[in-house]
Write a protein that binds this ligand. Sequence first.
Ligand SMILES: Cc1ncc(C[n+]2csc(CCOP(=O)(O)OP(=O)(O)O)c2C)c(N)n1
Ligand SMILES: [Mg+2]
Length: 344
Amino acid sequence: MVQERTLPVFDAASTQITKEKGLILYKDMTLGRLFEDKCAEMYYRGKMFGFVHLYNGQEAVSTGVIKAMRPGEDYVCSTYRDHVHALSAGVPAQEVIAELYGKATGCSKGRGGSMHLFSAEHRLLGGYAFVAEGIPVAAGAAFQTKYRREVLKDETADQVTACFFGDGACNNGQFFETLNMAALWKLPIIFVVENNKWAIGMAHDRATSQPEIYKKASVFNMVGVEVDGMDVLAVHQVAQEAVARARAGVGPTLIEALTYRFRGHSLADPDELRTKSEKEFWFARDPIKKLANYLVEQNLAEPEELKAIDREIQQMLEEAVKFAESSPEPDPSELYRFVFAEDQ
Ligand SMILES: Cc1ncc(C[n+]2csc(CCOP(=O)(O)OP(=O)(O)O)c2C)c(N)n1
Ligand SMILES: [Mg+2]
């Protein structure tokens, strides 16, 4: 049996969250989970096509980081596993699901699909199909913030960029080149590695000479931290610290969140390579159940209250599907529209 890497211990007593914050985190993670379950349902019913990569199990990472940022002002950059990052960044569920249906009302106007969600309004810099492709794009966004502030003397330019990518991306050259420049220029960026142990069917430990990714930060003189990616409170705390460092101009942080995807790589993956014991180890650490238990134990929420939130989100998603299904296809006469910025 493969020995699981020891998860960093987080002492929940070291943080104080309000009921309001607790419910924000719970709602966002639940939205992510139920949204992805709805996608799986619609995909298997033949309603949507192409590659669809779900985020189940990893919700604490998206929520913990993005809810430490300023929605609509700070930038978020994702990968092809991007639905939940988009939702956490504030893109309405109906615009995400309409995009998955390839409809004109989708957040990328039906041109992108699952792997290319984009929203200028919500400062979502995109989903990217190529592994590691978003990393330099995110650094570009962080660079323009610094340039506006320091060269153009725009004091409102204090935005932070969060860049999400997987363990597999950390063996790609773009990771090393971008971390070097980001540290050298003290860019306001946080690099968030979602180490879910697998890159499709390649186990992280088999592909990587130094599997503890956060340690790679030290060679760039960058702060690197590992965190239990199944614990939203732990992720949120390290993210708040990283955001504060970035906003203060101190420089970037590399956060390695140890997490696990509860489904196959994509909806086309039969998921036959991961062992039952490995899955059981991680399924027992469901981040949503963990937060729900914490909220109830701390008297921050009643179980009934949480169930009511689940029902409300489910209802909203049913409406979002109806919206997507009744939306028009993009008009073929507009095929070349939105290629250039002036078409917006
Ligand atoms: C440059 C590049 N090489 C290979 C692929 C094929 N590919 C798609 S997803 C993937 C695995 C990436 O794994 P990871 O970065 O750990 O992200 P995860 O899927 O686990 O979220 C690979 C190799 C690709 N999309 N882009
Ligand atoms: Mg991975």
